[in-house]
Design a protein around this ligand. Structure first.
Ligand code: DAH
Length: 348
């Protein structure tokens, strides 16, 4: 068999093999073997040395043609195999868009958060800033700066979780007043803030007590703030949360950080003031504490009480929510039983 015949036979065998191969890895192996330096074509061409000179160009160009043809055949087969593999893959990964989806269960903000959101919205609309404060607080801010020195009897009003002598779980959001006043630049304008958050008391949990609950603190400091401003603001809160027809009344009270201090009642949203079970036949429900900021509190925070003054208030979203939705056990807010919480979906 001469070289040309050998090449022809190799060509036929190789073409047949290529056509049968349906695997990219194998195709690549065939390519490396056939066309490589140690492959059969190279091997056959090595025999050219023994040919008479005049036959060599003819055999050489025949060999090139065979190589080109095999190269093209390999490329074509590779393309086809790729096409088939691709379409198989598409088939495998096809998505049936007609299948019904898995329903996603949508949650809803916790009832306490809904009350806080409502209050935040009201105050943001009136140009207040919403400020955060630490729940692990210094005695210094929680008590001293709020005009409650170490042995002040009013400290007993708030049973405290102490972490060390100086560090405690805040019993009120009032320390955020001091923290914010200290930082505020009064040459840039008045301070108007609310601060919602969690507070802690060493109470035994029962229907009306929780060792952890919520407060929203409010503070306005400017040059000519009066008690009438306070009353108007409190009325807004009462009407936003309990209904547009609500009225408020102020009763004298005592807080160390305000003078004068008031306790605030809202006219009963259930009976409109006639007297019912909710308001214990009085027509009024106590909802929050407030007052005009004590000069000592201003002084300690570096604010001159001769020039500046203002009002503060502290309210309890838990109590608001209990009253508004007729929840008679505060623990219902914290047990996180979805069946309870679901009743306060925001879609109402
Ligand atoms: N910090 C008080 C408490 O926890 C609530 C309070 C009352 C806050 C009057 C105030 C205020 O800012 O003026 O009982």
């Amino acid at each position: 068999m001469n070289l040309q015949e050998k090449l022809q036979r190799l060509e036929q065998q190789a073409l047949a093999e290529i056509k049968q191969t349906d695997n990219l890895e194998k195709i690549n192996k065939i390519r490396v073997h056939l066309l490589g330096k140690k492959g059969p074509i190279t091997e056959i061409l090595r025999g050219m040395r023994d040919l008479p000179k005049e036959q060599r160009p003819q055999v050489g160009s025949f060999a090139n043609a065979v190589r080109d043809e095999l190269t093209a055949a390999i490329a074509k087969q590779k393309e086809q195999v790729e096409l088939i593999l691709n379409s198989k893959k598409l088939e495998r990964e096809a998505i049936d868009v007609t299948l019904p989806g898995v329903p996603v269960k949508a949650g809803t903000p916790h009832i306490i958060m809904q009350v806080i959101d409502q209050i935040e919205k009201l105050f943001l609309g009136m140009g207040y800033q919403v400020v955060d404060g630490p729940e692990v607080e210094e005695d210094h801010y929680n008590f001293e700066m709020m005009n409650l020195p170490k042995d002040h009897p009013a400290r007993d009003m708030q049973d405290t979780f102490y972490i060390t002598d100086q560090i405690l779980m805040r019993t009120q959001t009032s320390p955020v007043q001091a923290r914010t006043m200290e930082k505020h630049d009064f040459s840039q304008g008045p301070l108007k803030m609310i601060s919602p958050g969690k507070v802690y008391r060493r109470d035994t949990d029962d229907a009306t007590h929780s060792h952890q609950f919520h407060q929203v603190e409010g503070l306005v400091i400017d040059k000519h703030v009066t008690m009438a401003d306070l009353k108007g603001t409190l009325e807004k809160i009462a009407q936003t949360v309990f209904g547009a027809k609500r009225q408020i009344r102020l009763r004298p009270s005592y807080f160390p950080f305000t003078e004068p201090s008031v306790e605030v009642d809202v006219s009963c949203f259930k009976c409109g003031g006639k007297g019912c079970q909710v308001c214990k036949q009085t027509g009024w429900i106590e909802v929050l504490g407030a007052g005009m900021v004590h000069p000592n509190v201003l002084k300690m925070a570096g604010v001159d009480p001769q020039i500046f003054g203002g009002f503060a208030f502290g309210l309890g979203p838990d109590r608001f929510a209990m009253l508004k939705y007729g929840v008679d056990d505060i623990r219902d807010f914290y047990l996180n039983d979805v069946r309870v919480l679901e009743q306060f979906s925001q879609k109402e």
